[in-house]
Write a protein of this length. Structure first.
Length: 150
């Protein structure tokens, strides 16, 4: 007999994963967001920058927060969002965030233009001379892509 809570202590995301698998109301990207969080947590990241301040990015943020990973800022192309906040976390344009923050772990919280975002993010980080680790969800292969340069 397993003591109550043993599974949750071992895997803090167990109940969320179980809900997403059983729920007919869960959106497809929610499971992908959980996969991104799993990858970042398993690799020991504790502070990240999220690219994408929309619905999917906010889901990634909530899941990261639930496992103790701090988001230092959101990056978004929508100029109307710049200088605003989500739960106290600033939203910045890519050019500002890549130079302003020392964190070099990025999670792409947008599943609609992942390849374009990944290329843009890599290009900006390369030109800033910044080492990086980027997590993105590849919806074609249904897996997390992990790119890094140190």
């Amino acid at each position: 007999m397993w003591p109550a809570g043993t599974v949750v202590v071992k895997d803090a995301r167990f109940l969320i994963r179980k809900y997403l698998k059983q729920s007919t109301k869960a959106k497809k990207y929610e499971s992908a967001a959980l996969d991104l969080v799993d990858a970042a947590a398993e690799n020991g990241h504790d502070r990240v920058i999220i690219y994408g301040a929309g619905e999917a990015g906010q889901k990634v943020y909530a899941l990261l927060k639930s496992v103790g990973i701090q988001t230092v800022c959101f990056i978004d192309r929508n100029e109307a969002l710049h200088s605003s906040f989500i739960d106290g976390v600033p939203i910045e344009p890519l050019e500002n965030a890549s130079r302003k923050y020392k964190e070099n772990t990025f999670v792409i919280g947008s599943f609609s233009f992942m390849y374009e975002i990944l290329a843009t993010l890599e290009s900006e980080l390369e030109s800033a001379g910044k080492p990086y680790c980027i997590y993105a969800y590849d919806s074609i292969n249904e897996s997390v892509t992990h790119k890094y340069k140190y």
